[in-house]
Design a protein around this ligand. Sequence first.
Ligand code: MTE
Length: 434
Amino acid sequence: MATRGLTPEKNAEERTRLWQFARETGMTRRHLLKLLSAGGAAAVLASCTGLAPPTALPSVGENSSKAPLYFKDPTPFIDHGAGNLEARLENMEGLVTPSRFFFVRNNSERLDVDAADWRLSIEGDAVANPLELTYDDIRDMPSRTYISYLECAGNHRALFDLVKGKPAKGTQWKTGAVSNGIWTGAALRDVLVRAGITSEANSVLLIGLDTGAPEGGFRRAMPVEKALDQDTLLAYGLNGDPLPKDHGFPLRALAPGWVGAASIKWLGRIVVSSEQIWTRNNTTSYTLVGDAYGQEGEAPGKPVTSQTIKSALALPWPADLAAGARSLHGYAQSPAGPVVKVEWSLDSGATWNDSTLEEQRIQPEFERLAEALGDDAFRYSWTRFSFRWDARPGEYTIMTRATDAAGTTQPDEIPFNEKGYLFNQPAPHPIRVA
Ligand code: MTE
């Protein structure tokens, strides 16, 4: 395996040097070769220095600057038009959502970017050393690989109408604007440090290259604390492959635990400002506007940041089942760490039964990534739950309700907001049994 961008002679020299270095740290030759083929010299150095687990991206896309996979065929999804594809949770058998089933949310055109021409600029009045980085620059930085769900702020929006009889504006997602992937990337923090982020920094604005989006590039600001969180990634890998183009190839942000809108795809520019930044996506959009919410800063409501705790059954809506005893399953997720309990109710929440939480284990098809997962790799993962139900002929609704490690449980009721964000009261799933 050649180290990228070097002549054969330089390559041999580089490999000898790496081998000497790796041997001093006690690494076997076999492990060295494995790391080299998984992530090149950067993976070996990262492993030797303990900086980060190696990147285990396979060679697909390694020598190509083109986006490797998809624009997705809408067939396995609920198609909301304009490239917005709702995942069918019933397609998901294991913990990790295969990339081909991962939901897609685009606010304007989707992009096919050539990574060879692509650059990421980091600028603003709160960096001392404005930078421009290439795809290889980012991939050569220490990497992290972990599992995280990504969920649209409007997931469950259709339930405002179905449950409360009051429609909210926006794409009428039911429960599938969420998926759970294995992400690989560099820490945004490392890039900001390289650009000399100053102590004056207040807001970090991430801007996509989709110039058809309002404001000329879909964008979202986050406070500097979230940008410097070690888990906020500049992700170039999903489920062991380079990012599919639907999900932002060559590079996207991943702000785990936050609403999906903060995880900017096709990232092109980062602006670090000493002032708080207000743009469309934390003022007129992605804010909770309604009787229960006050105004905040320049926003007419409360800007949405973190996601809320939710659960859903992995069944079509409505579901048609044959009578008989069966196991039903679903997924539950919370931004505040793992879900510790999921209950289910057949009587609109009057009584609740415990479900079984399944072990956090990745499916065999992703096992090649197991070594790259750090200790804390499941912190932002959703949890798969299941329970047995003796389905007799008739019409039912089943509700599920999750509780997380911080003790937060899904509320019985939430107030309406005009754009239908963060619906998280238990969803009454309609089921017909024949
Ligand atoms: N980034 C860009 N550049 N353009 C977009 O339209 N949509 C955002 C976010 N990042 C968007 C974007 C929204 S609203 C969501 S929910 C997530 O991407 C969806 O990510 P996915 O399509 O990879 O599932």
